[in-house]
Design a protein around this ligand. Structure first.
Ligand SMILES: Cc1cc2nc3c(=O)[nH]c(=O)nc-3n(C[C@H](O)[C@H](O)[C@H](O)COP(=O)(O)OP(=O)(O)OC[C@H]3O[C@@H](n4cnc5c(N)ncnc54)[C@H](O)[C@@H]3O)c2cc1C
Length: 320
């Protein structure tokens, strides 16, 4: 059976959820072969094998940690040469998309970014994307070279599919450019205890209607009752009510959770661009004419200061 390379996003061998989702999609088009770079391959291989990876190509070298993406591109290129895959799948993070773009250039291949679904096709995998601020859904396939495809988090379920997950060493020769950009310092982000915005299964967002930084505690309380990440519209962020890193939209982060709850957000096209591929969308807005109601699955016309705390209490009660 044809093999599909899956780039593993991990922290010291702890595999992140978007990679497990990629394994689900990879199994639709072939046999997943994971590429694990950096420390922790043995620990990761157990999890990767449980989710369908037949082989884990592993390489560890200081270059992966000390320099930006080029060493990883060198390694993926070596893996592609060793395996001759039918596709290379990479999680759609900022780093993942840079790695994928550079790899596609090196392989002389077409690339599809930010896919939200993937299926087998007669002439290669067919990817679904959301285009032009999510106004269109497109289906496309790469017509030249080995398809390199980045996939948005939450595009597929994580499914157990036991496979061998045999670890094999990948030989990597770093090119001249690999050490071109050195990482000189690292500052860990302050942990909020909440999931990463772009990977979260549930996102609770607040907009101008939240009316002040101090009121974002209402949004955070709802998020915490659901184990969700907190997002914000640009209006809320520009007003200084919430950090820029939490902005959802065209000039912020793109999220695609199972559930997106927009509170006091009007639904401007630039905001929709970052959340319209969410599976279920709920909005709370006191204006029944707000454009956000055009795309919701469930809408509540009401004052968020009344609705959101009640919702939080109800969720807490039901969770016991
Ligand atoms: C180039 C460009 C890029 C942009 N990028 C982004 C981006 O990445 N992300 C983004 O979000 N925006 C972006 N914007 C801005 C975007 O156009 C909107 O201005 C912004 O999204 C509006 O944010 P908002 O919905 O919070 O505010 P508003 O549009 O002011 O809407 C506030 C909503 O809150 C409701 N409301 C008020 N009080 C309450 C209450 N008590 N209870 C319930 N509802 C209430 C109102 O009815 C209203 O619908 C961009 C704009 C440009 C030009």
């Amino acid at each position: 059976m044809a093999e599909v390379l899956v780039y593993v996003d991990h922290v010291d061998g702890a595999v992140r959820k978007p990679t497990l989702e990629l394994l689900t999609l990879a199994r639709r088009i072939g046999e997943p072969v994971a590429v694990h770079l950096g420390p922790g391959a043995d620990a990761a291989a157990t999890v990767l094998g449980e989710h369908g990876a037949t082989r884990v190509l592993a390489a560890d070298a200081p270059e992966f940690a000390d320099y930006l993406v080029v060493p990883k591109v060198d390694a993926l290129q070596a893996a592609a040469a060793a395996v001759s895959p039918v596709a290379v799948l990479v999680p759609s993070s900022a780093e993942g998309k840079e790695i994928a773009a550079r790899l596609a250039l090196r392989l002389g291949s077409g690339i599809i970014t930010d896919a939200t679904d993937l299926e087998a096709g007669d002439e290669g995998p067919v990817a679904t994307q959301s285009a032009f601020a999510a106004a269109f859904t497109t289906r496309s396939r790469v017509s030249h070279g080995v398809p390199v495809i980045t996939v948005k988090p939450n595009s597929a379920p994580v499914e157990a599919a036991p496979a061998t997950g045999t670890v094999e060493q990948l030989q990597v020769t770093f090119g001249e450019l690999a050490t071109g950009t050195k990482i000189v310092s690292r500052t860990p982000r302050e942990s909020t205890g909440r999931p990463e915005l772009t990977e979260a299964a549930i996102v609770v967002s607040g907009g101008r209607g939240v009316n002040g930084a101090e009121n974002f505690s209402i949004i955070e309380a709802l998020a915490d009752s659901l184990g969700a990440a907190v997002g914000a519209s640009r209006a809320a962020v520009d007003a200084g009510w919430y950090p820029h890193t939490n902005q959802v939209g065209q000039t912020g982060k793109s999220v695609s959770p199972q559930l997106y709850i927009a509170n006091g957000i009007s639904g401007a096209i630039q905001h929709r661009a970052g959340m319209q591929t969410s599976k279920t969308i709920v909005a709370v807005n006191k204006d029944a004419e707000a454009p956000i109601f055009d795309l919701v699955d469930y809408g509540v016309v009401g004052d968020l200061f009344q609705v959101v705390p009640q919702l939080t209490e109800e969720i807490k009660t039901r969770k016991g």
